[in-house]
Design a protein around this ligand. Sequence first.
Ligand code: ADP
Ligand code: MG
Length: 467
Amino acid sequence: MAMYGQPDLREVIFALEGDGMASQKLRDFLESINGKFDFTTEDMRRMVQSFHLEMGNGLSGRKSSLKMLPAFVDRATGKEKGHFVALDLGGTNFRVIQVELDGRGHARVNHTGKFVIPNAVMRGTGTQLFNFIAQSIEKFILRYEIELEKKSKLGFTFSFPIDQKNIVSGILINWTKGFTATGVIGANVVKLLEEAIRKYGLENIQVAALANDTVGALAAKSYEDPDCDVGIIFGTGTNACYREKTANILKLKNPVSGHMIVNTEWGNYSKIKSNEYDDKLDRATNNPGRQRMEKMISGMYLGEVARLVLSDMIRSKFIFAGCKARFSKGNFKTRHMALVESDKSKDLIKIEGYLEGLGILDTTHEDRALLKGVCRTISRRAARISAAAISSVVTWMDPKLRAKHTVAIDGTLYEKYPNFRRTIVAALRELHGDAAKRTKLTQVKDGSGIGVAVVAAVASRGKSRSV
Ligand code: ADP
Ligand code: MG
């Protein structure tokens, strides 16, 4: 069991040839990297305790790195029905989706339109951003010749921290994931959306729900699985929501009985030990000091953490000494790490091919093994921190893990990163033994699309506050 805690660089260290001064220095360096990225069982346990404190503080309205935002909606019953337009804003692409719910737990995506958000729009003005959204909806409707009925219901997945008082409005608290559009923080994003929609002559559309992508994931899965009570995103960023007793949300002014989904905004969890690479990465972002856990886990950042380590190694000639190699900022992406780790060949030919594509020729086997080891060390820490965070949320609801919990997970990192899921599952077993079996991690495809349609439907049934 102890092996789970040991980053793979150790294997590389064992395999190092020769015992001259040079390789001793490399050994020492790798040992130090191992130590810096290690996240032991004990670290996980400590994190769960401190995570619970932060959750409690956030729910009570005290100072906390976890915002614990009430979503003003409960999970689905499976009976929700109808046609919906869903918008998904908050990551790499903006999407418009048409969804049909059959009232018997089956959801169907009829059409999807993907729109790349130009950098200038992400970082321009809010008006530009919302005009872009409305324009995309218009294009989508024209492209698929969608007939809008009067009061066509729209669900808006907006995956940033929002302060909600009900399901059809929300004030942006701060941007994350590289967005900086001006004039949106502090404003009601539904109002901005409605204004833009009207400008583009889409009066028939009525915004019926505003939700975060984690809430969408939970809602989508709970539509077919009544045990689902956690929703998670591992994509560009990371975040999670879960089902809370409304009475526990002490900061709510008029709590009603029943349950409500709470968006933890866990990407901002800050009581976590960081190393010099994390700190360096953080300082170079446009939100230093914020989203510290997200910066150790998610797709937008993992590659850059690895690049910072690799740059150190290149500078010290520990890696790629015989060839010209340089990775500049932002050039080594998480998907490249995934590719490196997916190479199971003895000679690491896939990695060799990837490096050759970058013009890094004549690499040695040791170079390639080191690269893979560094990636593995960083992605393993990401998975183990993720496991501790999952454990925190589930044990908050159910300390002894007596009940079944389905955890709905969306995001490309979870879907595609080699061994990410497996490492999380192993770490959960490390923490909880056999009891971990009752917590089932399931992938939910298109949570942000189907999910927000479900949320819109739940809200329209007048069940937005409690069961
Ligand atoms: P979003 O979170 O923006 O809605 P996704 O869930 O698709 O979108 O996640 C996008 C992130 O997934 C990117 O930031 C990228 O780092 C990561 N990613 C892309 N391809 C891969 C891959 N093959 N393996 C692992 N991660 C990937
Ligand atoms: Mg997404």
